[in-house]
Design a protein around this ligand. Structure first.
Ligand code: ZN
Length: 324
């Protein structure tokens, strides 16, 4: 694997610049963990939870007027933190050869939006008790969500790049591709990536019996919990194909939502679900852990390409688990 400045696309201006790396590291250190902005604000809320009424007011619980001064102070600290985070992102964007600096996402909502199954995506006999299947999260903010599937390519540069750029993304893992290197995804998890369920062996679920589907979905729940210490809430069926059994089984072993996608990102193009071939507030973007052997570029090439589309259209990347 070559250095981060490599594009593979013949543009020669992306040489490694150690000065940026040092500055970025200092700024990231100043900001704290370098995790997503959403994580930061939750950390602030969490850390303040035992600190008195101010923290309670922040968390949206009943709090007395005494909480106001504390909340204002916390807001100022959060604004300063956000400013530093964006300054670090400017430097990281240059280091990693992005066309522009990714925009900062707004603070996550205090209450997650109510999500229902997209029209036309219902299953026979399904009702509101099943996990919703959707391609866009209801929001009016100019945000999109990045999701990365399967887990075949395990490029360490991807993890570093996303941490330094402070861009949140969610993984949907299929065990047969992941099991040879759980440590890679533990590293991703330690950097703030949520590891979600994408089945054991990536089979076409509607073609399987009830018991086979149960193994594919629920055994993967158990494996992720055992390997990574937390049981997924989100599940994405391979190819986006599912039936009533799929949703009922997923629900039975802990799944609460089934996010599909509105767009699929490749290193050299986007595939759009909607006729207008555009991004929309709350769109979920699918891409994959893939590399040169599968498509025309490395994972950093993919990130550069998809972030150019997102940033040029005025969107920021938010953290899916903050909204779902
Ligand atoms: Zn897949």
């Amino acid at each position: 694997m070559q250095g981060p400045g490599r594009t593979g696309r013949g543009r020669g201006h992306l040489r490694h610049r150690p000065g940026y790396a040092v500055l970025a590291a200092l700024l990231v250190a100043a900001v704290g963990s370098g995790c997503a902005a959403g994580t930061d604000s939750r950390t602030v809320t969490g850390a303040g939870a035992g600190a008195g009424p101010g923290a309670k007011a922040l968390a949206g619980q009943p709090g007395g007027p005494a909480g106001n001064a504390g909340a204002a102070g916390t807001r100022a600290a959060q604004a300063e933190k956000a400013r530093l985070a964006q300054a670090a992102r400017v430097i990281a964007a240059k280091k990693w050869g992005l066309a522009g600096t990714p925009l900062a996402a707004p603070a996550p909502p205090a209450v997650k939006p109510h999500i229902t199954t997209r029209k036309g995506f219902e299953v026979e006999g399904g009702d509101d008790s099943l996990p919703p299947v959707f391609t866009t999260v209801p929001t009016e903010k100019k945000i999109v969500f990045l999701t990365m599937d399967d887990g075949d390519d395990k490029d360490p540069e991807l993890l570093r790049m996303m941490s330094e750029l402070n861009i949140p993304y969610s993984a949907f893992l299929s065990d047969y591709l992941v099991r040879d290197d759980y440590a890679y995804f533990k590293d991703a998890q330690s950097r703030g990536v949520t590891l979600n369920n994408h089945t054991l062996k990536h089979r076409y679920l509607p073609g399987l019996s009830h018991d086979e589907q149960k193994r594919e979905i629920c055994d993967q729940q158990d494996i992720i919990e055992k390997q990574f210490g937390s049981r997924p809430r989100l599940f994405r069926p391979p190819y986006g194909n599912y039936n009533g059994d799929t949703l009922r089984i997923a629900k039975s072993c802990g799944i609460t939502a089934v996010p599909l996608w509105s767009e699929e990102a490749f290193p050299d193009h986007m595939e759009w679900r909607e006729e207008d071939q555009d991004l929309h507030p709350g769109d979920i973007i699918l891409t994959h852990f893939r590399g040169q052997k599968d498509w025309k570029g490395s994972m950093p090439d993919l990130v550069r390409a998809v972030m150019k589309v997102i940033t040029d259209k005025g969107y920021a990347v938010a953290r899916l688990e903050d909204y779902v």
